[in-house]
Design a protein around this ligand. Sequence first.
Ligand SMILES: [Zn+2]
Length: 413
Amino acid sequence: MLQSKLFGKTIREAPKDELSKNAQLLIRGGFVDKTMAGVYTYLPLGLRVLRKIENIIREEMNAIGGQEILMPALQNKKDWEATGRWDIDVMMKIKTSYNKEYGLGWTHEEVVTPLAKKYVRSYKDFPFYLYQIQTKFRNEPRAKSGILRGREFLMKDLYSFHNSEDDLDKYYEIVKDAYFKILERVDIKNKTYLTYASGGDFSKYSHEFQTVASAGEDTIYICDKCGVAVNEEIVKDNQPECPECQNKKLRKEKAIETGNIFKLKDRFSRSFDFKYLDKDGKEKPILMGCYGLGPTRLMGTIVEIFNDKNGIIWPKAIAPFQIHLVKIGGGEKVNRRAEEIYKACLDKNIEMLSDDREESAGVKFKDADLIGIPIRIVVSEKTLNNNCVEVKRRSKDQVELIKISELNGYLEN
Ligand SMILES: [Zn+2]
């Protein structure tokens, strides 16, 4: 991609009303545009990152048997009344001009449960797992955390259906592992703790995936012996205790809830009278699990963690491009070399952003640091006089000179 053609520009100052670091950096880098509090447009650079995160999630959901569907955001009032959740505050509601009311989904049990009921009757149909990556809405009273807590955001929600508690328990563990695989692939596993949280009125606990970050809105207590944590919301009498080893010496941290998993059991199947016929011909209750993970929130979390005073430092797996080619000066030799390197990368399917703009070296370097692509290659008269280009990793300070003849080999590694 030629940077001169890229829609969206870097800007020096983030909007004054934007307090969160993730949104400040993403707006300044030209990744997102804020339309109002908690609502953002994803520009070409930002959408590339978001799609990569989505695809990592999608691959890991498919690997554990998930089947992707797409349910509507616009939802039926009657189904929310059936579960008694129509009047929960987080629901955004719409009243049409002919006085009909709809909800905008913040979760999808009220859609997926009646859906499954239409197609499933027999014990032979179990288990099955449906997921989607879709826009959700929340009536947030305060949306101050950038894309960490939007009023409109992207969510991956997986729902599992089982005909025994054993089977639900087993799959719950499988999803835990898949979540850690996703977190590993986006480079935040070593900062993320499986965290015991409230299980509502139907399970003792649910589990959250809490990523330690100073911008986090949650407080967790980490047991370094077990590598798990407990959410402050379930700590009784101010004495946090590890739910696994009863250790009382826990470390307090701020954290961002990047995912959560929940055993719903028959909470929703009961509301919709969704049962199945067992081998003996008797009707039995269906058990469900639900598993959420937000691609937009993950993106915000990653920006909160991987940055320095100059900008974002994207992990390789989700960077918008792998290489940022920066051409300094406009001599014929420099132009020709830059074009050759750009074409060679296109041929090899290496994702490259080429800064072909007529700007000063200072402006180009500042923008490259702000955008945060993992590798920066500089082509200038000076480097070419040594038959070299200058290569710098965004995460490191050192600069190395690589011979043009060795660049191809270097890029392939
Ligand atoms: Zn412990």
